[in-house]
Write a protein that binds this ligand. Structure first.
Ligand code: ZN
Length: 434
């Protein structure tokens, strides 16, 4: 009989080979249906009853299944994963991004780490539990959803608004961007569990000015005003705030490495983290990066309007203060509108966290489990609205020296075969004891 560990690589490869690129264009057909049907068929094959839902638009496929647990009085654990991926430009890749090829000990392709690898691990364990008649300690809800890469408006967010009964009784959840290992000098290893996420604020900025001939004197130029405002914002340093998950993480690292952590200078501690500093560094303060700029249509015409888009990420608890600071930096001439997704956070404690640490410890003795804050956002933001406590826990033991965070949305995205097999064993233990 096939085991979860034996089939996880095939499941990951086959999922990657289904191109579910999400461009963020909300007018067209979704690409997730084929992957959702694949997942539903794999679950049905071993006896699950599945619910297939298209979330508000054609092709935006989602699948939900439930495995009843031993104690119905306990809240359910939701294990969710997204089926969509960001697009990939095949010309830049060593191995075609939608091949799902296994090569040099890695499964290659778009989605290998974000997050078809975890979807495959979840599917493999769910299938094994059903085949073996495993009754988990409490209900498990498996959800495979669309549109995470564009905010979940046609995925988790839509399901929470329109089909909340699918998640009835869920009190806690696990999903992506956590549970992976980082290695430190001296060979110690820690697994990072995401307990918080920054908020997202996608800002649309606009200035207006006086249009006219490019050859004449102009004192009211919309493009120049917006360029200056955006430059002020880009150069601004928002205040450094040491939040609980970041402090706990840096204290844990100090413990593991023997290099003391000075609370007054967290940036020095972050700078010692190597590749990981890109992400952890972004959780010390709010950030605002200009990502789009649009103005003008001819060399000799001063346009009356200029527009820019800024991707701002806000620490939990900083929303109001951020808005006020933003208004001051941009000034009254810049019109502002935004879409926002709130920060989420929980504490790093309780029985579920203990179960994570035990499952990791059983497969990687001596390794530490540490909380951290994600600088980006996930579907946790949607499920948080149902009052579900969220953790990023998609366990992977990674080779030291692999720049893992660069693989997210990166070229040559890939995941080690043995990391998937390790993660499947951890997930199996964890879900039996959750
Ligand atoms: Zn993802």
């Amino acid at each position: 009989m096939t085991s979860a560990v034996a089939e996880v690589v095939t499941l990951a490869a086959e999922l990657i080979a289904i191109d579910t690129s999400n461009t963020g264009d909300r007018s067209g057909r979704g690409t997730e249906r084929a992957a959702a049907e694949y997942v539903a068929a794999k679950l049905a094959e071993v006896g699950y009853e599945t619910t297939y839902v298209e979330s508000g638009a054609p092709g935006r496929g989602n699948v939900v299944a439930r495995l009843p647990g031993a104690d119905p009085s306990r809240g359910a654990l939701l294990v969710h994963g997204h089926l969509d991926v960001v697009p990939a430009d095949a010309g830049e890749w060593t191995i075609p991004p939608f091949s799902g090829e296994v090569h040099d000990g890695y499964v290659w392709g778009r989605g290998a780490v974000d997050m078809k690898g975890m979807v495959a691990m979840t599917l493999a364990v769910a299938r094994q539990f059903k085949r073996d008649g495993v009754v988990p300690p409490r209900d498990l809800i498996f959800a495979f959803v669309a549109d995470e890469e564009a905010g979940g408006f046609y995925g988790a967010r839509w399901l929470v608004d329109n089909r909340p009964e699918l998640f009835e009784g869920a009190t806690e959840a696990i999903s992506e961007v956590g549970g992976f290992s980082v290695s430190f000098d001296g060979g110690t290893r820690a697994y990072l569990v995401e307990t918080a996420e920054k908020g997202v604020m996608w800002l649309r900025l606009k200035t207006t000015g006086t249009a006219g001939h490019g050859s004449m004197l102009h004192t009211d130029n919309a493009v120049a005003k917006l360029a200056a405002a955006v430059t002020r914002l880009q150069e601004h340093r928002f205040p450094l705030i040491l939040t609980d998950p970041v402090r706990e993480f840096l204290e844990g690292v100090a413990d593991l490495t023997g290099v003391p952590f000075d609370e007054r200078d967290p940036e020095a501690a972050v700078a010692r983290l190597g590749n990981l500093s890109r992400m952890i560094g972004a959780t010390l303060r709010d950030t605002a990066n200009v990502t789009m700029f649009d103005a003008g249509y001819k060399a000799n015409v001063v346009p009356s309007v200029a527009r820019a888009t800024v991707d701002a990420r806000v620490l939990p608890g900083r929303e109001k203060a951020f808005e006020a600071e933003l208004a001051e930096i941009l000034g009254p001439d810049v019109e502002r509108e935004w879409d926002s997704l709130p920060p989420v956070r929980t504490t790093f404690d309780g029985a579920l966290v203990d179960a994570m640490a035990l499952a990791i410890g059983a497969e990687d003795p001596g390794a530490r489990v540490l909380p951290y804050m994600l600088s980006a956002g996930t579907d946790a933001k949607s499920f948080d609205r149902l009052g579900i406590r969220h953790f990023g826990f998609a366990p992977l033991r990674l080779p030291a020296g692999l720049d893992f965070t660069a693989l997210f949305h990166g070229v040559d995205e890939r995941v080690p075969v043995d990391a998937l097999e390790f993660g499947t064993r951890v997930l199996d233990r964890f879900l039996r004891t959750c």
